[in-house]
Ligand binder design. Structure first.
Ligand SMILES: Cc1cc2nc3c(=O)[nH]c(=O)nc-3n(C[C@H](O)[C@H](O)[C@H](O)COP(=O)(O)OP(=O)(O)OC[C@H]3O[C@@H](n4cnc5c(N)ncnc54)[C@H](O)[C@@H]3O)c2cc1C
Length: 531
């Protein structure tokens, strides 16, 4: 089964044996061992569920895909126990600079961590295969996750209570009857095809060259983006530092090009030298040309089959919303499926995955499409608009928000979610409203987000019945200490107030004066009791 499509190998693992029984049972099958499938298996595996994870390849693929991982994903990795491993390997950055034409100074710069005093940085850069490696290592510690390398999903039959999947290996095929199937099998999803489903959205007519090159240098760990630079006139370009002295250079090429010729070293070299200087010493690491789409499925939940990551939605790489968006799916789906598998919530809770994950995907698609339209204007009017914005941004702060070089991935708010309990008290715009992601803050000698567990948590100050209610209703309680001023300010916490946080670290309710019945009702609503 290995290397069915001549995909380059990063780490060889070897195929898992073909099972003895030709028909197996499993509560949960996940298809695809990309970053999303691996993280999904880690989430549900850490919650104690038996998971079968099917990987059509028997190796970790090399090549160059995602490199930019946003703070929200680092927070998710922390919850999955792999945050430190990612950050230790990654290149930390917060600052992005936008250049235009032949001006040496940026016309605009931004900070991806405008709110300081948080555990994690705005972004790290780390190659996707390093991310996959670290997720695989963490899965190795979970005997309940059966990661089957070289086992390709060949077909799916759905019925009311589950699915029957056909799996192909080098030694033949076998079947699994599963209660749930999570499709994380990427943009060409075999599961999507088997169900006769498709994407809706736009395809962008442009080509971009990735030249990942290895070189020593003292350039800063910042995101540098150019509109119409002298080394790639009329087009855009991007430069990012990665671990191991690798640099991602990304050049817009236009639509009508010879894609095979574009990746030949003799054609890449002049672009690299024009960008970095004639005297630069570098080695090619990876050259490829990519195009992109901004599309999603109409629904992500189809009975007992749930889609996550690229199998459900696709965006342009500008904004780093693809993999980061897929990890948001994992975050949203993991706790809901956990409650359903444990019998603490009905399958109807997945309707909220459908609406929330689609809301997140739509925001990612919207931002990604806008970035792409701004960066690659296709009409004289949109070119004139872009140039005017860049000209003004240089001098005038009001124009800077209009510069769109790829508005980068951040956590998406879900204010309209049916799982929220709307505010009944007057908060005068302060704190964090239901539907918004919890914001990190120092807590004692550590951090708030790392103290939130895998279940519901109430941040409460001076609520006398808190401990009793927490024990009775199975939520964790965090009581800020006297020195936790930043946390108090961020959540508008005064004596008596309480703020309820979901297992995926979204605020879902808050009170000036909580009582146990109100907290219990809010948890029930967040578990889908009113859907
Ligand atoms: C040039 C480029 C740059 C990018 N940069 C970024 C970035 O900086 N940040 C970001 O967030 N995103 C970025 N992305 C997007 C990111 O790479 C994807 O969103 C991400 O790979 C999606 O992960 P996934 O697990 O959903 O799918 P994939 O990574 O595609 O994984 C799917 C897995 O399923 C397996 N599979 C497929 N079919 C079967 C089958 N039938 N049976 C079993 N297994 C199967 C595949 O072998 C694969 O391992 C970039 C993409 C590109 C192309």
């Amino acid at each position: 089964m290995a290397n069915v499509a001549n995909i380059p190998v990063w780490r060889d693992i070897g195929a898992a044996p073909h099972p003895a029984a030709s028909l197996q049972q499993a509560p949960l099958v996940i298809v695809g061992a990309g970053p999303v499938g691996l993280a999904m298996a880690l989430d549900l595996g850490r919650r104690g569920h038996p998971v079968v994870l099917l990987a059509q390849l028997d190796f970790v693929a090399a090549g160059s895909k995602a490199i930019c991982f946003a703070k929200r994903s680092l927070d998710i990795f922390d919850r999955l126990g792999v945050g430190d491993a990612m950050v230790e390997k990654g290149v930390v950055w917060n600052v992005g600079k936008v250049f235009w034409g032949n001006r040496e100074e940026p016309v605009f710069q931004f900070d991806m961590l405008p709110v300081k005093n948080q555990k994690r940085p705005g972004f790290i850069n780390i190659q996707q295969y390093h991310v996959e490696d670290r997720l695989i290592d963490a899965l190795g510690a979970l005997p309940n996750v059966d990661l089957r390398w070289g086992h390709r999903l060949g077909g799916v039959e759905t019925h009311a209570d589950g699915v029957r999947v056909t799996v192909e290996t080098a030694e033949g095929s076998y079947r699994i009857d599963a209660e749930w199937l999570i499709a994380c099998d990427g943009s060409r999803s075999a599961v999507r095809d088997a169900l006769g489903l498709d994407f809706e959205g736009r395809v962008f007519e442009d080509n971009f060259l990735i030249a990942d090159v290895k070189m020593k240098g003292d350039r800063p760990s910042e995101r540098w983006f150019w509109f119409d630079p002298p080394f790639n006139p009329g087009q855009s370009a991007l430069m990012h530092k990665q671990p191991d002295d690798v640099w991602r250079l990304d050049f817009q090429l236009g639509w009508n090009i010879d894609r095979e010729a574009a990746v030949k070293p003799e054609n890449v070299d002049p672009l690299v030298r024009a960008m970095l200087g004639d005297d630069v010493e570098y080695e090619p690491e990876w050259y490829s040309v990519y195009t992109f789409q901004c599309r999603r499925m109409a629904r992500f939940v189809h009975g007992r089959v749930v889609f996550a990551g690229d199998s459900a939605h696709l965006v342009s790489p500008f904004g780093a919303r693809g993999c980061n968006g897929g990890l948001a799916d994992v975050d949203n789906l993991g706790w809901k499926l956990d409650l359903i598998l444990k019998g603490e919530a009905g399958a109807v809770l997945l309707e909220s995955y459908d609406t929330e994950a689609i809301a997140i995907a739509d925001e990612n698609i919207l931002n990604s499409s806008r970035s792409t339209d701004f960066m690659t204007p296709k009409t004289a009017a949109s070119s004139a608009y872009r140039d005017a914005v860049l000209e003004l941004a240089n001098e005038l702060p009001f124009a800077r928000p209009f510069v769109n070089s790829g508005r980068l991935s951040t956590a998406v708010a879900l204010p309209a979610s049916p799982l929220n309990t709307p505010d009944a008290d007057d908060w005068r715009g302060a704190g964090i409203a239901p539907g918004f992601p919890a914001l990190d803050a120092p807590l004692g000698t550590g951090w708030l987000l790392e103290s939130l567990g895998a279940g519901f948590t109430l941040i409460a100050d001076g609520w006398a019945d808190g401990a009793t209610a927490a024990a009775a209703d199975g939520f964790a309680l965090i009581e800020p200490g006297t020195g936790d001023d930043v946390l108090r300010a961020r959540y508008a916490i005064e004596p008596g107030t309480a703020c309820l946080v979901r297992p995926d670290h979204y605020v879902c309710a808050r009170w000036r004066h909580p009582d146990a019945d109100a907290v219990r009702a809010a948890i029930a609503r967040a578990k889908g009791k009113e859907l």
